[in-house]
Ligand binder design. Sequence first.
Ligand code: IMP
Length: 204
Amino acid sequence: MTSLRKIGRGARLCVASHNAGKVREIGDLIAPFGVSAHSAGELGLPEPEETETTFTGNALLKARAAAQASGLVSLADDSGLAVHALNGDPGIYSARWAGRTKDFRLAMQKVEDALQAQGATDRSAHFVCALALVWPDGEEAVFEGRVDGVLVWPPRGDKGFGYDPMFIPEGYALTFGEMEPDAKHAMSHRAKAFAQMVAERFAP
Ligand code: IMP
């Protein structure tokens, strides 16, 4: 059996995002492995349009573009909320439902209105995070994390972001918006995808 190629100490990773908050969060997660994060923005790379139809497809598209343009191993993520009674919406369009002003009160209201319009009794949903790691020579790895839960109305809590205030993870009584960030980060879709990636592709 051949062993998988790993990212070792001293490596420079391109994080295929122009979102400074996301780059900082990823930088913090990979710093313990001696790996530094450099954002696509910092490297002056263009931002590709997310034209794929799945989280994994969009993460791969962004990581491939960054690896080609930077010559560095590149990491991209794509995430969102999938509501089961809405056939997985807003899904890959989770950010777009908040409109140009990134108003997530509005986005949550749209989700609630769509559930009400259907008379839906099933309020289950899950968050997904897809991570794609692409080497400049074309090697690729993808990881997906998921956390299941139910949607509540009205939204509760102001500790999170996005759809957090209307999402209660399975087995809990608090919404992600009410949880301490450390508690959420220990169990989130993003944490699960990262744990898989680190175990498989980062040298200890
Ligand atoms: P992306 O940056 O294109 O992947 O957009 C992901 C969108 O999904 C975000 O703007 C949020 O609306 C939503 N989302 C993803 N993860 C979370 C989360 O942990 N909590 C709340 N909303 C999330």
